[in-house]
Design a protein around this ligand. Sequence first.
Ligand SMILES: Nc1ncnc2c1ncn2[C@@H]1O[C@H](COP(=O)(O)OP(=O)(O)OP(=O)(O)O)[C@@H](O)[C@H]1O
Length: 254
Amino acid sequence: MTQQTLPIIVRNLEIAYGDFVIQRNLNFQVNKGEIFVIMGGSGCGKTTVMRCMSGLKPPSRGEVLIEGVSLWRVDPDRRAGVSSRFGIVYQSGALWSSMTLAENIGLPLGEYTDLSPADIRDLAALKLALVGLAGFEDYYPSEISGGMRKRAGVARALALDPNILFFDEPSAGLDPITSSHLDDLIVQLRDHIGMTMVLVTHELPSIFDIADNAVYLDAETKSMIATGSPDQLLSESADPKVRAFLTRNGKINL
Ligand SMILES: Nc1ncnc2c1ncn2[C@@H]1O[C@H](COP(=O)(O)OP(=O)(O)OP(=O)(O)O)[C@@H](O)[C@H]1O
């Protein structure tokens, strides 16, 4: 795959808050149609790296190439154009509590398209059906379960037909069964729509069940110490931190 067709290349990336560097020397790529996980212990910078990859926070050094376009070196208008092809699913679902699910999903459609209100409603219903919420158009977020709210958050992120979907801790606050259903949905969307997915998570079941490739960020050295498929990292990584992370709680037997 050439640089132009690779969805995401992260090159020599450094992220910082003010003078405080969180991660540096990050180099990895995300292939088209893959589920890519950013993993690591609490506070190592996973969410910040994802914010940088999705156009929300500028890096202090290095670059993020999206299909060959350097996201932080182009002008803000071009960056907004590239970012408009991203969908972001936030931990909380980020739904407006005073709006129905259909209205929540219709919001970006009303803002960024010329579709009529009737078409917007139809499209919102279609996106809800895609995530298994057909018939829930007129429900308010408070009237559905936590797992359903996450799905509605996914439907909203799908509203503008993104080519890359970013998830921040999709399983946060969900029980293991609901979380595994959400993982199934992520795989289905990738398989049926061919979207590229980037997930921040430290949930081992998700990492081993759905990730094609991953990067491990280490808080101590402030850099990535491994990248590859989780199975490959488990069997080949000599780094004790990566092995400890992937085998913690005795969930995986070596
Ligand atoms: N807006 C901010 N200003 C200053 N420091 C911040 C800000 N947001 C995060 N940080 C710090 O940056 C570091 C990385 O945070 P980040 O949320 O990216 O890590 P994470 O790996 O996603 O954490 P977690 O797994 O706990 O959600 C942390 O030390 C955090 O305290």
